[in-house]
Design a protein around this ligand. Structure first.
Ligand code: GLN
Length: 315
């Protein structure tokens, strides 16, 4: 068994959920107007092992937008379609050390990495650029669905419209990349950005995101269906970049103290991967100053103290 005493783990997760309900620090993201309306008290944790043992606590069936967690799936799809070099001709792999939407490119005029906005807009441009908007979105939604064992993903049209109408920064990033000729030839900026916003507005619940995380932990095979969604190499590349860049400009400290690949989103979603063991989703809308889920980061800290999950833990 991947987790020998799953009942004990589940009890620990419940205990952490209860402890962390008292944590009310941080604030709900409000730069996307629709996100500001979410109840800040919502809080769910989902766990799914690579052999399909699952546990849920809290608001685990309440839908939320994946937001930046979509950067993981889009990067994998870009890799599958364009190969490693075909992708990284357009996007770097170094942490930026800046906030997720900082107006900055690397010295080659490329986005620093696929886990920040500029890089994720680039990943979007690399996914089926010749197809219609409908097919491209359908392809991404279907991929999430396969990662989540066939469960149907939702879409928040109001979040999408709200983001599209307040997206000056993301447009600025896209124009600055176009100025540097960073995009593949023929890229249409408006269509690319709309596609990127749509991907951010895909909705899952904590139950589903934990299964997605477990598919990543399981080398790209969904543990509940046995279906391979991404190749082993694609998943390895994505997990590497999640480890170095997945928590915005807190990624260095997170890698130092927790050491696990993780990806956060401004909806308060956090996907954590323990390779070969399990996937975890924590969702709670209040964010810290970096844009990471406050309860999620604290969960990781306490969880890592209890279990020796850091890959460099010698004990
Ligand atoms: N859709 C959001 C944006 O582009 C995603 C950012 C995030 O989750 N950090 O600003």
């Amino acid at each position: 068994l991947a987790v020998p005493d799953f009942a004990a783990l589940a009890a620990d997760v419940d205990g952490l959920h209860e402890e962390l309900c008292a944590e009310r620090g941080g604030a709900v993201a409000d730069y996307i107007p629709q996100l500001a309306e979410v109840d800040p008290e919502l809080f769910a944790i989902g766990v799914c092992s690579v052999d399909g043992q699952r546990h849920l606590v809290g608001d685990a069936h309440e839908p939320f937008c994946v937001q930046s967690v979509s950067k993981t799936v889009n990067y994998c799809l870009a890799l599958d379609e364009n190969g490693l070099w075909g992708t990284h001709e357009h996007v770097g792999w170094e942490p930026s050390g800046r906030s997720f939407n900082e107006l900055a490119l690397n010295p080659q005029g490329r986005p620093h990495n696929p886990m920040i906005n500029a890089g994720a807009i680039m990943s979007a441009s690399l996914i089926r650029p010749e197809s219609s908007a409908a097919d491209r979105f359908g392809h991404v939604a279907e991929t999430w669905q396969r990662l989540a064992a066939g469960r149907r993903v939702g879409f928040s049209n109001s979040t999408y419209l709200s983001e599209r109408d307040t997206a000056d920064r993301n447009f600025a990033l896209a124009y600055s990349m176009r100025e540097q000729e960073a995009f593949p030839e023929g890229t249409d900026l408006q269509r690319t950005l709309e596609f990127y916003f749509q991907c951010c507005s895909i909705e899952l619940d904590a139950d589903m995101l934990a299964i997605v995380a477990a598919s990543f932990a399981n080398g790209g095979v969904c543990p509940l269906t046995g279906e391979r969604v991404f190749s082993v190499d694609t998943v390895q590349h994505c997990l590497s970049l999640m480890t170095s860049c997945g928590m915005y400009d807190y990624s260095g400290e997170f890698a130092f103290s927790i050491g696990l690949p993780a990806k956060s989103g401004v909806s308060g979603a956090l996907m954590i991967v323990i390779p070969q063991v399990m996937g975890i989703c924590v969702w709670s809308p209040r964010l810290d100053e970096h844009g990471n889920c406050v309860r999620g980061v604290e969960f990781c800290r306490r969880f890592a103290q209890r279990y020796n999950v850091h890959p460099h833990d010698g004990s």
